[in-house]
Design a protein around this ligand. Structure first.
Ligand SMILES: Cc1cc2nc3c(=O)[nH]c(=O)nc-3n(C[C@H](O)[C@H](O)[C@H](O)COP(=O)(O)OP(=O)(O)OC[C@H]3O[C@@H](n4cnc5c(N)ncnc54)[C@H](O)[C@@H]3O)c2cc1C
Length: 387
């Protein structure tokens, strides 16, 4: 058996799990190289706590260099080319050949359409989350708008969790009555892939907290105090928190790995792309679900860390089996779960199978402190387990 070089692109949720699992299960003669443009891994679910002063950046970041002590080679650099023909990738003016390639490069946030003003914030990145926190802290009167700039976007629950946390923050300050909170989204219901029952339940939870939910609003443009939508309606704001439109990273868009969706289609159970020895996992993929709801269009698997994590385990195990001459028979089942922060140290929890037919089968559990504690425990485990 010859020594193999396995290259993992991206040190986010999918990439670090995949590199760790490969290293744990493969003999030391095989090289595992992880590449990321950033030196640090950020645990994104904790951004929402960071906004409200419950975390500091250093508490939710880990250096990817720490992986080297486990025998994973880490290279910091921007991948500029992926050649499935030459079986190589390029970065920092060097080429690296691979025997197996795992692409977990996530989604890029397109912030170009949003002017840089003290009223508009991208709370989906670390720097934007810090600034969002400062703005909320200094706000005492007026209209807050949370706006989802396009679909698909990662973590379908996050904008709603953010709305619940804003509501709770101002209630604790006894000034909630002076502040209105509105959500504008191109979705028909919150978290549409989880189904109409959960979507309507979330909508009611928003309404019961006087958070106005405005569905089917598609973005046209924005200026310093107003968003313009395709339906010719507009929305004023004093503070605007944006989920910027997502695309695949530039380097992926240049390849012939993507399809008309702009993302990488993969076999939903093996995560194989159309090229030999090339896998893609996590947010950079597009995965059609076998089921759908009665009146809806075909559904895609949402973008979330939990899916990237499970998919990474499947890919790692199958690569190891193949290298060891065994049948690569591990399959991704479509399972996923999500905590839903509600404020006041409470959270909800949803769990299900997205590959179920005739429609995804997702259950939501009653909210309580236990799920909030569960989310904290998961954060601690994640940052300990992989670094
Ligand atoms: C506010 C917020 C809350 C969230 N909460 C949850 C949650 O509670 N549960 C959940 O499941 N998910 C949550 N998510 C979503 C989750 O973070 C993502 O779905 C997950 O990180 C996707 O993993 P990934 O490996 O596909 O991509 P990522 O984790 O985004 O990793 C991609 C990596 O690729 C690197 N990269 C990109 N392009 C290049 C390049 N050209 N060269 C080199 N490196 C490159 C990036 O630097 C990055 O490190 C949340 C996201 C946000 C923003």
């Amino acid at each position: 058996m010859s020594a193999k070089t396995i290259v993992v692109l991206g040190g986010g949720s999918g990439g670090i799990v995949c590199a760790n699992e490969l290293r744990k299960k493969l003999g030391g003669e095989h090289r595992i190289i992880l590449i990321d443009k950033d030196e640090e891994h950020t645990f994104y679910p904790s951004l929402l706590w960071l906004i409200f002063g419950l975390r500091k950046p250093e508490q939710i970041k880990r250096s990817l260099r720490a992986l080297t002590k486990k025998g994973i080679e880490f290279i910091q650099g921007e991948v500029t080319e992926i050649s499935t023909e030459k079986k190589s990738i390029s970065l920092n003016r060097q080429n690296i050949n691979y025997d197996e390639l795992i692409i977990s490069l996530g989604a890029e946030l397109n912030t170009k359409a949003f002017p840089k003003t003290p009223k508009i914030f991208n709370f989906y990145c670390l720097e934007g989350a810090k600034l969002s926190g400062e703005a909320i802290n200094n706000f005492s009167n007026g209209k807050i708008v949370i706006f989802i700039g396009g679909m698909p976007f990662k973590c379908p629950a996050a904008p709603y969790e953010f709305a619940f946390l804003i509501d709770s923050f101002f209630k604790n300050r006894n000034i909630r009555g002076r502040i209105s909170i509105e959500i504008y989204t191109p979705e028909t219901l919150p978290m549409p892939t989880a189904g109409p029952q959960i979507g309507n339940m979330l909508k009611q939870m928003l309404e019961s907290r006087q958070i106005n939910f405005n569905p089917e609003y598609k973005f046209k443009s924005v200026d310093e105090g107003k968003i313009y939508f395709e339906n010719n309606k507009t929305a004023d704001f004093d503070l605007l928190f944006v989920v910027p439109p997502h695309t695949a990273p530039e380097v992926v868009k240049k390849t012939n790995l993507i399809n008309e969706s702009g993302w990488i289609p993969v076999d939903r159970e093996t995560l194989k792309t159309k090229f030999e020895n090339v896998y893609a996992i996590g947010d950079v993929t597009t995965i059609k679900l076998p089921g759908q709801y009665k009146t809806d269009k075909p559904l895609n698997l949402p973008k979330a860390g939990v899916f990237a994590h499970y998919q990474a385990e499947v890919v790692a195990e199958n690569i190891v089996k193949e290298i060891n001459g065994q049948k690569p028979d591990k399959r991704y089942s479509g399972n996923g779960y999500c905590f839903l922060e509600l404020g006041s140290h409470k959270a909800g929890f949803a769990k299900g199978n997205f590959f179920a037919t005739p429609s995804p089968s997702v259950a939501i559990y009653s909210s309580g402190k236990i799920w909030h504690l569960g989310k904290i425990a998961f954060e601690k485990w994640w940052l300990w387990k992989w670094f």
